[in-house]
Design a protein around this ligand. Sequence first.
Ligand code: GTP
Ligand code: MG
Length: 323
Amino acid sequence: MGKVKYKRIEDLPGVGPATAKKLRELGFSTVESIAMASVKELAQAGIGEKRAEEIINAARSAIALTFVKAEELLKMQQSVERLTTGSKALDNLLGGGLETQTITEFYGEFGSGKSQICMQLCVNVQLPKERGGLEGGALYIDTEHTFRTERVIQMAKHVGLDPKEVVQNIIYAEAFTSDHQMFLLDHADEVIKENNVRLIIIDSLTAHFRSEYVGRESLAERQQKLSRHLHKLIRLARAFNAVAVVTNQVMAKPDVFYGNAVAPVGGHILAHTSHTRIYLRKGKGNIRIARLVSSPYLPEGEAVFKITGNGIEDVSEGEVKRR
Ligand code: GTP
Ligand code: MG
């Protein structure tokens, strides 16, 4: 295996204790996150452009060294992996599950199953790879206080994992405002690395932004912040070969008041980031319909699944017909 040259950010040439402290404050606590940073971002720590460039290059070389020399590692960590949703139909729609290194957005009205899918993924990510997991932990940024440990325990039991362990491998953070939400993600790299996090969830991505930035005059600022937030997310997903999931509530029937205001929150901004979008809608009872709306390369299509006591499951043929 290739020798890791720089373990901590202090090991990078040009990073002394004071600079390291400032970098940590800015959310750059790992060599991985610095490798993904821009010169401008590091400049905020009072680092000159030239030195910032050198630091970034050193961080990048450290990571490249690991990947280039260790072919196994390259295969395992650099290549895209997939995470099962628990429903074969939904996995198939996604080309075999949710991809690492990209953002997957679930959007739909209340009760359409966005948070249930998120919780199921927190369990599934811990499964062995041969069962569709990634043998890693999850980071859950919750903005609406909807995460339920008891529900996760139910799901864990169903797939035969030790509920105690499963709960321990989920790092939970509640975000109280949009700024706090951004702060949490900006400072997540160390927690991701230390806990082998392979799934990063923001549920909901847009709720705080939508309630805090109302009116035309604040639209530009909101979109700018959301865009920065998503860029941070995609870079973390790439640096740690993780699956990134965001949720976004939209109304089934957009009314006159929200009209155009609803779509752009998740719409425009997410449309610019290369990612996968899935629209969820309610069917009869516990049946849900997922529609793949956009994907970098997969065709549009639909899949049907259900939410039961066990979690996210496939429906039988009879159930599909009755929906
Ligand atoms: P918002 O966050 O309000 O936009 O909704 P959401 O899309 O996140 O919906 P969520 O994932 O919370 O789905 C809620 C639905 O899941 C409920 O209406 C139930 O149908 C189902 N559900 C939630 N918990 C359970 C459970 O413990 N058992 C069963 N059988 N179904 C559940
Ligand atoms: Mg929810």
